[in-house]
Design a protein around this ligand. Structure first.
Ligand code: F6P
Length: 544
């Protein structure tokens, strides 16, 4: 196990020395700590100077990466080897962003060309819709798109559409793009009365095409169209539904004809799929050209990750420092704090990316592991979080590591007021990370009880700075996090590409649904039985 290898043991004894050193004491006036611990590539800066690390820490972490065979794992990932061993699949999300003329042969199949063919089909659909050639049941052009999906089939596209909204340029016909995930129908209930059925197109995005949340929403949407149009189900399927899936057979059975299907492959993990045809809502929102720029930004980060020595490699450093925090400094909470409203969906996206990938306790050999893996991750736009949970960051009892994310430049041509708001936001970001690191004592003149006003500091944080937020830098940022998650998984010796932990709940839910429907309840525990009985009695009495 990794916890018994030399580098790990070396880090443990190093951590014993480091535990007692306050972060503020790592800043020596005579030393350029920022210069020593910040790293840049292209449009990105990764500042690790507010982490509780020294040169020695980094070199020990780099040794750990070497001893865990990181270089070999990176080659396996990019070459299409079956790194998802429990499902015997490759994890080739990097192939989704290869340039148009690239080739990548896996099992004698050029997957790069398959990817280009699927993007071409997607491009064709985007053009039809953009150029008002895709018509609804009464011949009206589509004006509104509703993407139905959940988890990886929704979070990435939603995040990208929110982040890159300003790239809905003059040359792109405006389409309203909505996202619907919620199993209980809340979003559709609110949305549908405001939509025109004749001009609304639904994208049903589901890799498996068996996810009940998505199928329930798709059924509700189709019934709404059928009732409004009085047309046949075949005509509605043809004019109002596109399926994005790895299971064309299932999509066809549901009713989406082949020409309305965009396909992905089993080697695209759901949470790694926004670069594939799952990104259709993004392409509809920002245009295919901008979508391709997003892919190009991610590809540049792929190359950086694959080819750069680890001591300058942004995803590797990001991962190693977080392993240091989790496994050696015992920090088990991680806050994602973008100081940019356009990245409001980034925390939710990273919650899935990191926790579904690395929330594991069994290693690749099938053994239970005895060290910590993925921490609890959450977040919010930083300036709003300041008014919500920063109290805990500053004065709570939990050590929390934070990622501060911002763009250096914004509103270059939008007027002074907005520019000023950007400066305000940057100032707050820098102030918070400084205070969290350094802390602040009450002055001697203040009363004894002003302990309440004391800031311990010593909370570790990373600052990730983009020059500006564009499709390209957005793509690079997300790819950096994807690779960070992979590097962590290599250190922890776990498979980040499966998610067995989400399966059993689905089975239990389906038997509970049967219980709710048929009125029997006999097989479950007392709490669940009691709750079931309570629900049924309320439903029978009509208490809302
Ligand atoms: O239940 C978890 C999960 O399988 C995620 O891994 C996935 O992103 C999401 O559900 C949606 O799955 P699908 O795209 O197959 O509908």
């Amino acid at each position: 196990m990794v916890s018994s290898i030399k580098a790990w043991v070396g880090l443990q004894s190093h951590a014993e020395e480091m535990q007692s050193i306050h972060l503020k004491n790592l800043f020596h006036p005579s030393e350029d700590r920022f210069g020593a611990f910040s790293f840049s590539f292209d449009h990105y800066l990764l500042d690790l100077s507010k982490q509780r690390i020294t040169e020695e820490t980094l070199s020990k972490l780099l040794l750990l990466a070497e001893q865990q065979g990181l270089a070999g794992w990176i080659s396996k990932l990019f070459n299409g080897e079956k790194v998802n061993d429990s499902e015997r699949r490759a994890a080739l999300h990097s192939a989704l962003r290869l340039p148009e003329n690239a080739t990548l042969c896996v099992d004698e199949q050029d997957v790069a060309q398959d990817v280009q063919a699927s993007l071409l089909k997607m491009h064709g659909l985007v053009e039809q819709i953009q150029q008002a050639q895709w018509r609804g049941f009464d011949g009206s052009p589509i004006r509104c798109v509703v993407s139905i999906g959940v988890g990886g089939s929704s979070l990435g596209p939603l995040m990208a559409c929110t982040a890159l909204e300003q790239y809905t340029g003059a040359d792109i016909r405006h389409l309203d793009v909505h996202f619907v995930s919620s199993m209980d129908g809340s979003e559709l209930e609110k949305l549908l009365p405001n939509l025109d059925p004749a001009t609304t197109l639904f994208i049903v995005a589901s890799k498996s095409f068996t996810t009940v949340d998505t199928l329930a929403n798709a059924n509700t949407a189709r019934q709404w169209l059928l009732s409004a149009s009085h047309q046949s189900i075949d005509l509605i399927n043809q004019h109002h539904f596109i399926a994005v899936t790895a299971r064309p057979d299932q999509a066809l059975t549901w009713g989406v004809p082949e020409k309305n299907q965009l396909l992905l492959w089993d080697w695209v993990g759901g949470r790694y799929s926004l670069w594939s045809v799952v990104g259709l809502p993004i392409a509809l929102k920002i245009g295919m050209q901008n979508f391709r720029e997003m892919l190009a930004g991610a590809h540049a980060m792929d190359e950086h990750f694959r080819d750069t020595p680890f001591e300058k490699n942004l995803p590797v450093l990001l991962a190693l420092v977080s392993v240091w925090n989790i496994n050696f400094l015992n920090i088990h909470a991680h806050a994602i704090l973008p100081y940019d409203g356009r990245l409001s969906q980034l925390p939710a996206y990273l919650e899935q990316l990191e926790m579904e990938s690395n929330g594991k306790s069994i290693n690749r050999q099938g053994e239970r592991i005895e060290y910590r893996t993925c921490p609890v991750l959450w977040g919010q736009v930083g300036s709003s979080a300041q008014h919500a949970f920063y109290q805990l960051l500053h004065q709570g009892t939990e050590p929390v590591m934070c990622d501060f994310i911002m763009a250096a430049m914004r509103y270059e041509s939008e007027g002074e007021e907005l520019k000023e708001q950007h400066q305000l936001s940057l100032a707050n970001c820098l102030a918070q990370s400084r205070l969290l690191a350094i802390g602040e004592s009450v002055s001697d003149s203040e009363e004894q009880q002003s302990n309440y006003k004391h800031y311990d500091g010593n909370q570790s944080s990373t600052t990730i700075m983009l020059d500006t937020l564009t499709p390209e830098t957005f793509g690079g940022l997300i790819a950096m996090y994807e690779h960070k998650v992979f590097v962590q998984s290599v250190i922890w010796d776990i498979n980040p590409f499966d998610q067995w932990g989400v399966e059993q709940g689905k089975k239990v839910a389906s038997s509970l649904l049967a219980e709710l429907r048929n009125g029997r309840n006999e097989v479950l525990d007392s709490s669940t039985n009691g709750l079931l009985r309570y629900v049924k009695s309320r439903q029978q009495r009509g208490v809302s």
